[in-house]
Design a protein around this ligand. Structure first.
Ligand code: ZN
Length: 440
């Protein structure tokens, strides 16, 4: 018998790679990594675990990967959303950020978001916000996996005075955290409309030299595409391709307004697309053609975007919304199946973030980032295809257990990684921090 740290038996296991759904499954974990996944009866005879967990009504999945968020904006969750996007950014969000965002704001908002995401089964998130060094420090202290996007914009922000300082600070973040087992720094130019050509040229030189990942809001609204055509004579994606920025490791967030040529370009350059269906719907931004992208061979991940636009950092809700929206947009109920949406929420996210060797599926050797979802509530029964139940019936409240690198973060619905009193105190101070009266 091989001694191991942890043995979990579950009613179902959804590996999320090409392996089929397993029934009466078990997973063996040791030193933070997956040792083996298989039939419980076979595995039980081989391992002597220090801890054994029975989850007889549960689906076991790899931890969910939220491939795009602005975690600290959880402190702006309660603000009214007055779209469309540019009006909302210009009149609500950017003035509020200039006035209120500092390192303490980011620490508070990010902790609130981390607690919310962990309880919802999200074990890794890709962030894009000011003071990314605070997010990295928190992630290290709380043992969360984070892709920390250092924002790059030309204008003065609460974090940096101009493009020079944004680039310098982003490079410093890269130097400090590259090679970290849980934290991957990333360069996150906000959008083609917030960054000029000169900055993109310098950014390209930097990421070429460092071989660093990139994330950017792209083709979010029709206005953005029209403005790019007027300014550059090219659509944003084509313009960035001319600037040499598109490559594997580039996450294009939103991608709602795409032609066949855009999709072809996305495929040829090996970029990933991060679909944020609920943010796009709430702001009325557009619909990402997920089916066409996937049919063309483009990797698609799922993101929540920030709580200011979407309300909840709930990736299972995004998966459900992605399926519904794909059906509605194409008049085809089979446009995006539940298992495909879950794959986008796990392995698709891992691929987009350059972490597929480490997370995103239940493959032996990968980190034990795991989630158990209880499918025994009346609202979930009867279960036929567990992926359908997880996406269309269960929701984040059914998440019972979460591990990051084999460490328990949520156990029996109890959040272990944070003190509930600490999170409640942060939530209480949120309106003051976001200066709601002044912004609304
Ligand atoms: Zn965003």
């Amino acid at each position: 018998m091989q001694p191991i740290d942890l043995f979990i038996e579950s009613r179902w296991a959804l590996p999320m790679d090409d392996a089929p759904v397993l029934e009466h499954a078990a997973i063996a974990i040791d030193a933070g990594r997956i040792v083996e996944l298989g039939a419980a009866s076979a595995l039980a005879a081989r391992y002597a675990p220090r801890e054994r967990l029975m989850r007889p009504h549960h689906a076991l999945l790899p931890g969910l990967v939220n491939a795009h968020t602005h975690a600290a904006m959880s402190l702006m969750r309660h603000l009214p959303v007055r779209g469309p996007l540019m009006q909302w950014l210009n009149e609500t969000i950017w003035p509020l950020e200039r006035r209120c965002v500092n390192a303490q704001f980011v620490r508070s908002g990010t902790q609130l978001a981390m607690a919310e995401m962990l309880a919802a089964g999200i074990t890794c998130f890709a962030d894009m916000y000011f003071f990314p060094e605070e997010v990295a420090r928190l992630a290290r202290a709380r043992h969360l996996r984070v892709v920390v996007g250092a924002p790059i914009v030309d204008a003065r922000t609460p974090w940096a005075a101009d493009a020079d300082e944004h680039l310098d600070k982003a490079a410093r973040l890269w130097d400090e955290y590259r090679g970290d087992p849980l934290i991957l720094p990333c360069f996150a130019p906000h959008s083609p409309y917030a960054v000029g050509r000169e900055t993109f040229v310098r950014l390209r030189r930097l990421v070429d030299q460092l071989d660093a990942p990139l994330a950017m809001h792209l083709h979010e609204t029709q206005t953005e595409v029209q403005d790019s055509l007027a300014a550059h004579g090219a659509r944003p994606l084509a313009w960035l391709a001319d600037e040499g920025l598109l490559r594997p490791g580039f996450s294009a967030v939103h991608m709602n307004w795409l032609t066949d040529d855009d999709i072809d370009l996305a495929m040829r350059t090996g970029i990933s697309v991060v679909h944020c269906p609920q943010s796009n719907q709430r702001l009325g931004s557009g619909i990402c053609p997920v089916g066409d992208l996937r049919a063309a061979g483009v990797n698609v991940a799922l993101g929540t975007d920030g709580a200011a636009s979407v309300g909840a950092l709930d990736l299972l809700a995004e998966a459900r919304s992605a399926c519904l929206l794909a059906s509605l947009a194409t008049h085809n109920p089979q446009a995006l199946g539940a298992i495909d949406a879950l794959r986008m929420a796990t392995l698709g996210g891992a691929q987009a973030l350059g972490l597929a060797h480490e997370i995103g599926s239940l493959m032996p050797g990968k980190a034990a980032d795991l989630v158990c979802i209880d499918l025994s509530a009346p609202a979930c029964l009867p279960v036929d295809e567990p992926s359908d139940t997880v996406v269309f019936a269960a929701g984040r409240d059914a998440v019972t257990d979460v591990w990051v690198g084999g460490r328990a973060m949520v156990r029996d619905r109890r959040l272990l990684a944070f003190d509930p009193a600490e999170i409640a105190a942060i939530a209480l101070e949120a309106p003051a921090r976001a200066a709601v009266g002044a912004a609304a």
